[in-house]
Design a protein around this ligand. Sequence first.
Ligand code: AMP
Ligand code: GLY
Length: 423
Amino acid sequence: MKVLLVGSGGREHTLAWAIATSPLCDELVCAPGNAGMAKLGRCADVGAEDIDELVALARKEDMDYVVVGPEVPLVAGLVNRLDAVNIKSFGPSAAAAALEGSKGFMKDFCARHNISTAPYSRFNDATKAKAFIRDQGGALVVKTDGLAAGKGVIICDGPDEAEAAVDIMMMEKAFGTAGEKIVVEECLEGEEVSFFALCDGERALAMASAQDHKRVGEGDTGPNTGGMGAYSPAPVVTPEMETYIMETIIVPTVAGMKAEGAPYQGVLFAGLMITADGPQLLEFNVRFGDPECQALIPRLKSDLLTAMVATSDGQLDHLDLRWSEAAALTVVMASKGYPGTYKKGSEIGGLEAAETQESIIIFHAGTTSKNGKILASGGRVLGVTALGGDVMEAKARAYKAVDAIEWTEGFCRRDIGWWVTGP
Ligand code: AMP
Ligand code: GLY
């Protein structure tokens, strides 16, 4: 098969790493890719959000299969456009991607199908939203309805902060049209986990769990980021918990989307809060998590591309996924200043010495290569992933590799995995 992989982050490097070694893959093209992905396939200079150009590239190059990494092209209907020209792809249609593309749709869907999620209200009017907030009192979470690159969620300790969040979204329009409509919901407490399942429109197959570290600072402090590290599996997701999540959240979602005429095909990523009352759905994402993907996929023993094709073909009843017993842990290395402003173009050394250490894989997230040198070109730049017998061993290996990387303009959290191993 000739495979086109859309995206350029650590998630996509991880998918490329697995797909490039699949017996089904004859040729891999990445659009736009990064310096790490360039070692696994050819990079085409087409942006991951440029739908017309991506369809044109897939046609021109006679692609057999397209794997879509990020949410923006999925919500924009890339899969529908590829379907229209008879090119098979991995990912949900635009209608099914609304599970991530519209938080209001997702919340109403959960209400219709009895899926546990925080109590909420939807607003397209700031005055009404603020009146509701005053009525509620207490801690609330204010969310843009539309996609906001992971920044459209504001956790508020009380009504003053929540009203300010409404102003940021609806009056200052900090997130553009994504914030014209908002969701206000109850703030849940508990341990957060990411859970992944493949869904073929009819049925769902559990993949595995992971935990992300969203705050930039050690001990989970400071501003939110795209994710500073992850490990898989998450100990809180026991086999019994996994069954419960599948039966009460994932399977009803697949059945509900089918019944509503928007069958869900692709990977479904449930962001869950494990509360005292059991797991509650915080959000759905219609793609792999990043950095979770970097800790998840190295544990998959079965062939990823075969699993993706079975998902697209509605054939998950014939698939069985095998996972390594090992744990994996990913430390994200980011440019100093991230998630605020940062410089681009600094040189990264020592990658080979780090990569050749035991059980280490280094995924690139924001890199380019120039004259044989690897340069940082983004906020999150590398994902240093280690496998180990348990999270503790994976953590020790990952930080040993991090210490071999020479990059003065970069930083990382030193406590990834601390929920499991301690700081
Ligand atoms: P995202 O949409 O991925 O940016 O997620 C935002 C993050 O906000 C989640 O991962 C949680 O940490 C947090 N969050 C979202 N909804 C709630 C809620 N109802 N209660 C507590 N935390 C939440
Ligand atoms: N790591 C969280 C996400 O990918 O949305």
